[in-house]
Design a protein around this ligand. Structure first.
Ligand SMILES: Nc1ncnc2c1ncn2[C@@H]1O[C@H](COP(=O)(O)OP(=O)(O)OP(=O)(O)O)[C@@H](O)[C@H]1O
Length: 628
């Protein structure tokens, strides 16, 4: 009891609560208030008595009051005092509660430690399991290895056994083969011996036979040769005799003929030589005949060249309303006036007096004004105004020039700039010839130079030949003054390339843009009419209808203006030429179909295809342009 109380101030004091106790009795719940604590102190004595020696070591007593038995009651007294203080303190209850809480905390800590310990145990268990699993795995691997080794070993054994068996089989087979070969060789040798004997006999017989035959042939040949030689000898003698006879006869004949001729000539010559008049007549006649033939031929050539130069159309002109010669002009004018009359048939014109040319309204108006101005210029004997048509290819420049000439009452002639360069040194002469010819036109002439940039480009350009430069100078010379006979109309896709002196001679510049949607619609309708609707119409001339096969008539189904307008919208960027070609493709597609019917589906199909083709071409041109 004394010991318990000696420890009490340390164990139960609220000030010693921080000191942990390892004694299991300290882990028990805190003692209830005073009396209960006394009883429990009695009970705990027995249990704590055993550990008294160890507890006493922990208490430091500097001045022990030891009894004879060695007991120091001081600690006990202090404990009692403390207990009394506690009991007398008004906070006794609180102290116990605090102690109780401390105990609970300690219990909770112990619980946490317990679960920590359990977790450790579980971890240990897992580790153990893992090690066991590893061990098992190793074991299995070892077993598998052993098994594989066993299998390999068995396999090795089996292979060796088979090898040995094969070896013995091969040896046996070799032996057999050897034996068979030996027997075959023996048989062969026997057969050979027999055959050789037979062949030797046969050879002997054949040799004898051949010798007999050779002898026979030799005798026969000798006899024949002798016969032939004799025959040839006889024939040769006969031929020789015949040839000699024939040659003699021929010679005699020729000698007689020559003699007769010379007799005649000699007689004639003698007569001419003896008669001076006859001699003069003969020599004069022969000379006159030769001179006549030569003069006629050369004269005809010169006269024709002169006529051609004076009256003929210069070779530079590709197309002209005047025809090659003046008399052919009468004919061609007759034909063209007839054609104009037939053009007046419904549908032949586009209703604006401009044939088949479809241009945007402002350009068309301008050309009309120019046409009437040109016509008035001629009637008033005023100088003509030169023109330049420029724009993308296939926009109707040539067509417009032709129509302008027709509307202004002028003749027109068309040449291409590209034709000048190949003429070389002759170009200058040809240009002068061209202007001389043009001046002869009674009505005035519109000289249209297509692809003008090929001929009239800047003179300083390096690649321009001397001849080309001279030709350009000749043209500049001929067009230096305002002319009352010739209207110069130039067409080009690259107006910037023209020589500045040429540009200076231009009075009117007209741009031919790509057709707009309205124009495309009109162009589509125009070529639909030309290539499709009129495709099967009979040609007017009886000769034509007699000799030419008439094309099949095309039936048009459901091709409304809306469909054509849709196509016009799709063909943005198309030139007039491209639209004409598109309609030609439509015609080809219709002729390619079974029943020769054009419906909106087929039309749309061709249009789409052509539009895609156009885009592709544009892309290619773009990429080529980039490459350059
Ligand atoms: N405005 C248009 N109206 C009707 N058809 C046209 C028109 N433009 C072009 N075409 C068609 O294109 C073809 C070529 O026209 P044209 O020769 O007049 O063009 P261009 O501008 O002179 O071309 P390039 O510059 O290539 O010589 C004509 O035969 C015609 O079928």
């Amino acid at each position: 009891v004394d010991h318990a109380y000696a420890d009490a101030p340390f164990n139960f004091s609220p000030f010693s609560s921080s000191s942990p106790s390892t004694n299991p009795s300290e882990a028990s719940p805190p003692s209830p208030p005073a009396q209960e604590a006394t009883t429990s102190r009695d009970e705990s004595w027995s249990s704590s008595s055993s550990s008294s020696s160890s507890s006493s070591q922990r208490v430091r007593n500097d001045n022990p009051r030891t009894t004879a038995t060695g007991f120091d009651p001081e600690a006990l007294e202090r404990g009692v005092t403390a207990l009394r203080e506690i009991n007398s303190s008004p906070n006794a209850k609180k102290v116990f509660e605090v102690m109780k809480k401390q105990e609970e905390t300690r219990l909770a800590e112990l619980g946490a430690k317990k679960s920590e310990f359990q977790a450790l145990q579980a971890q240990h268990e897992t580790e153990r399991q893992r090690v066991m699993y590893e061990e098992q795995k190793k074991l299995v691997q070892q077993q598998a290895q052993t098994k594989a080794q066993m299998a390999r070993y068995e396999d090795e054994l089996a292979r060796k056994r088979m090898q040995a068996e094969n070896e013995s089989h091969r040896a046996r087979n070799q032996e057999l083969v050897k034996m068979q070969e030996e027997s075959a060789i023996r048989l062969e040798q026997a057969r050979h011996a027999t055959e050789e004997q037979i062949q030797a006999q046969r050879r002997q017989t054949e040799k004898e036979k051949a010798e007999i035959e050779r002898e026979t042939i030799r005798v026969k040949a000798m006899a024949e040769a002798e016969g032939r030689a004799h025959e040839a000898k006889l024939a040769e003698e006969v031929n020789k005799r015949m040839l000699v006879e024939r040659a003699n006869a021929e010679r005699e004949k020729w000698v007689a003929a020559i003699n007769t001729t010379f007799d005649h000539i000699g007689g004639g010559l003698r007569a001419i030589l003896t008669d001076q008049n006859k001699l003069v007549v003969a020599v004069g006649g022969a000379t006159a005949l030769a001179a006549g033939v030569y003069t006629t031929r050369e004269g005809a050539r010169v006269i024709w060249g002169y006529v051609d130069r004076i009256l003929g159309q210069p070779s530079l002109i590709r197309e002209s309303s005047r025809g090659k010669y003046p008399w052919s002009g009468v004919f061609s004018r007759g034909v063209s006036s007839l054609a104009q009359k037939s053009d007046k048939a419904p549908g032949a014109q586009n209703g604006n007096g401009f044939g088949d040319v479809i241009l945007n309204p402002s350009l068309q108006k301008r050309i009309k004004q120019l046409a009437s101005a040109t016509a008035n210029t001629k009637s008033h004997q005023a100088p003509f105004r030169n023109m330049l048509f420029y724009g993308p290819p296939g926009t109707g420049k040539t067509m417009a020039a032709r129509e302008l000439a027709r509307n202004s009452g002028l003749d027109y002639a068309l040449m291409t700039g590209g034709d000048v360069a190949p003429l070389g040194a002759q170009a200058v002469t040809k240009i002068h010839q061209l202007f001389d010819w043009a001046k002869k036109s009674q009505r005035g002439l519109l000289l249209f130079i297509d692809e003008a940039d090929a001929f009239l480009c800047e003179r300083n350009k390096k690649y321009m030949s001397e001849a080309q430069r001279s030709a350009l100078n000749a043209l500049l010379f001929r067009t230096g003054d305002q002319s009352k006979d010739i209207v110069l109309a130039l067409a080009t896709n690259r107006p910037g390339d023209l020589d500045s002196a040429v540009a200076d001679r231009i009075d009117e510049v007209l741009e031919f843009p790509l057709p707009g949607e309205d124009e495309r619609f009109k162009l589509l309708k125009l070529y639909l009419d030309k290539y499709i609707a009129k495709a099967g119409e009979k040609k007017s001339g009886w000769l034509t209808s007699l000799f030419r096969r008439q094309p099949q008539k095309i039936e048009i189904k459901g091709l409304s203006d809306d469909v054509i307008r849709e196509a016009a919208a799709k063909t943005d960027g198309f030139s007039g030429r491209e639209i004409a070609k598109l309609m030609a493709s439509v015609q080809a597609a219709v002729y390619g179909s079974k029943d020769c019917i054009l419906d909106s589906n087929l039309f749309r199909e061709v249009v789409d295809y052509k539009v895609a083709e156009h885009q592709q071409r544009k892309k290619l041109a773009g990429s080529e342009g980039n490459n350059n």
